[in-house]
Design a binder for this molecule. Structure first.
Ligand SMILES: *Cc1c(COP(=O)(O)O)cnc(C)c1O
Length: 361
């Protein structure tokens, strides 16, 4: 068996240790005689898996006790609607930062439910390559919340700071950056993330929400779209994504074993800076993002001669470096180097890039 280095933006690589443990436990979880997939979500075995996963996530992120952790479905995309359904009612308006493709989607969905003020728009010449300075935006006094996307997965733009929004709750789509480094959860009203980048398999969505924000959904909000429904029932109002929840728990254990988020951040910082250094040192590869907000997780780059894109991808694939094709809206390449991408994978990519430039550039 040969495992490749998979640079997909999501679903993405999982730690090999996690996959091996899941394999070992597949047919008989801890002497239960069942796979986790076959267990009742209300039985004591699964309850212990669920509670351990939540406790480990709380420990990893130092989540304060006045926050609920919800294990939901529907992806980050369902949150684009659930957030305004549950939170915009207080004033009827919310502020949104428009910094790339995912925040654009969040904005267009929120418009169905209330007033949206775009207080930051970093698009220039049709591209997103920067974020405002930490003091470069104002918070509307009548905003029910401020929504932003700390890491724009498609453009490879990551905020180097947490925006200060005063008393107005800050909401973050952390889908492609959660668990990549420590964050101060108390600065946020709500954090959400689809699992398939840094948490586990697709199909699970994690929401971390401050308790006082849970209660007042818009009239007519369906039961399944109310945070209160899930908060009041331990995310078991209906059948939760049990296997994804279990695998997320294994990923949390893995993160703890490598030094938690501080340990993970050190590795991520090394991986990203090595790759950006290689791109910047070459005359052949280019990353267009302002260096102060280059993403640790998603590194888009172009070749000086786009006619060589196909040959680059073919050669990379033969070297075991897969899924490097850039998003169609940006072109070129994109290396997504989430938590589970080994340092060796990034080193192998850098070596391949140097060799390709030497022989073809
Ligand atoms: C991947 C991604 C999404 C979409 O997630 P789904 O789980 O597919 O709905 C939303 N926001 C960001 C920042 C993402 O990276």
């Amino acid at each position: 068996m040969t495992r490749v280095y998979n640079f997909s933006a999501g679903p993405a690589m999982l730690p090999e240790e996690v996959l091996r443990q899941a394999q070992a436990e597949m047919l008989d979880w801890h002497g239960s005689g069942m796979s986790v997939m076959e267990m009742s979500h209300r039985g004591k075995e699964f309850m212990s898996i669920a509670e351990k996963a939540e406790a480990d996530l709380r420990e990893l992120m130092a989540i304060p006790t006045n926050y609920k952790v919800l294990f939901l479905q529907g992806g980050a995309s369902a949150q684009f609607a659930m957030i305004p359904m549950n939170l915009i009612g207080r004033t009827g308006e919310a502020d949104y930062f428009r910094t790339g493709s995912w925040s654009k989607k969040a904005i267009s969905e929120a418009k169905h439910f209330g007033g949206v003020k775009v207080t930051v728009d970093s698009e220039h010449d049709g591209r997103f390559t920067s974020v405002p300075a930490a003091d470069g935006f104002a918070v509307s006094s009548d905003a029910a919340y401020v929504h932003y996307t700390p890491n724009e997965t498609i453009e490879g733009v990551e905020f180097p700071y947490v925006p200060a929004t005063g008393a107005v709750p800050l909401i973050a789509d952390m889908s492609s950056t959660i668990l990549s480094r420590p964050v101060d959860v108390s600065k946020f009203g709500l954090i959400y993330a689809g699992a398939q980048k840094n948490i586990g398999p697709a199909g699970l969505t994690i929401v971390i929400v401050r308790e006082d924000l849970i209660g007042e959904p818009l009239d007519g909000t369906p039961t399944m779209f109310k945070y209160a429904t899930h908060a009041d029932n331990g995310s078991m109002y209906n059948t939760p994504p049990t296997y994804g929840w279990y695998l997320a728990g294994l990923v949390f254990e893995w993160l703890k074993s490598i030094g938690g988020l501080a340990g993970m951040a050190a590795v991520n910082e090394r991986k990203a800076s090595a790759l950006y250094r290689a791109i910047d040192a070459s005359g052949f590869y280019n990353n267009p993002v302002d260096p102060v907000c280059r993403s640790w997780m998603n590194v888009p780059f172009t070749l000086a001669n786009p006619e060589l894109d196909g040959d680059f991808l073919k050669g990379a694939g033969e070297a075991g470096l897969k899924t490097l094709k850039g998003h169609r809206s940006v072109g070129g390449m994109r290396a997504s180097i989430y938590n589970a991408m080994p340092e060796q994978g990034v080193e192998t990519l850098i070596q391949f890039m140097a060799e390709f430039e030497r022989t073809r550039g």
